[in-house]
Each structure stands twice: as C-alpha cells, then as structure tokens.
Ligand binder design. Structure first.
Ligand SMILES: [Zn+2]
Length: 151
C-alpha cells in the first residue's frame, strides 16, 4: 500500500515500518499521527496537541479519531501514555515508546517536560522492592515544580 502524505518521506517510511511491526494496518490517520509524534519537537503530546498540529498542517481529521488511534497505539505499545498534572487537573500525554526507561520533570508554570534517568534512583527502587518482597512491573516518577531559568 502506498500513501502520499505531506510529511518527510523518511518519517513516513519509519511510521509504516513501526505500524507493520506492531501488527497494525497502515491507514492514513495512523501514519499521520505517528509521523506527527516522530517529527514534533515536543516529544510529549496530548491528543489535542496532535489534533491542533494536524489541523494547522491542513489535514482533515477529527479529535475522536486522534483519541482512537492513540488508544490503539498504546495497546500495541507504540506509544506510552503518561498522566501529567497541569492547573490542578491530570492530562493524558503520549510519547513514542523507544523502549528506554526514563522519568520526567514537569514544569507547573509552562508545562515544559524534561526527561531524566538516574541509576541511583533506579537501583534504590530495586533494593526497596527486594526488601518488601515486591516484584516491580513498572514505575513512573514525575517531579513537579518549575525550572529556575524559566520566564
Ligand atoms: Zn518521556
């Protein structure tokens, strides 16, 4: 199947491979949304962020479709869903699943997200789990605050 879309060709090819590997059919909305996640400078996007950017690009798509495709991507483990707090409510944010674990710092002031990985924190969690006879399946750590160099 060959689809012509307005994004860079290599990103579209990457998207197609990822969809195939995940066992998902290549459809135009899926390619567009995956391409957006791959090409965007903002690596943590809400469904509305993606929807707005696609509309700005002149694409014809509904917010309901964006939600539906993201849910399919999550089930296929192509994306990871996080819940970030902002203005007192929790917002679902999606990022591509590159298979590398990391945690997040989220600015309550601007919504800026920074990823971090700390070996000491990771190891400490494993030690604690052992101490409590607990098997960790997953974890997420989100630090909320503000970056001191933010406007
Ligand atoms: Zn992340």
């Amino acid at each position: 199947m060959y689809i012509v879309v307005s994004f860079k060709d290599n990103i579209v090819i990457m998207s197609n491979i990822e969809l195939k590997n995940a066992g998902l059919k290549i459809t135009l909305p899926r390619v567009k949304i995956l391409s957006k996640l791959e090409s965007s400078e903002n690596h943590h996007m809400s469904a509305e962020d993606i929807y707005k950017e696609l509309i700005n690009d002149g694409e014809v798509i509904s917010l309901a479709t964006v939600y539906r495709v993201l849910t399919q991507f999550e089930a296929a483990k192509i994306v990871i869903r996080h819940h970030f707090e902002s203005d007192g409510n929790s917002q679902a944010v999606f990022e591509l699943n590159h298979g590398d674990h990391h945690d997040h710092m989220v600015s309550l002031k601007t919504g800026k997200v920074v990823e971090f990985y700390d070996e000491i924190i990771e190891n400490r969690q494993k030690e604690l789990a052992k101490e409590y006879n607990f098997k960790i399946v997953d974890h997420s750590m989100i630090l909320y605050g503000e970056f001191l160099d933010e406007e």
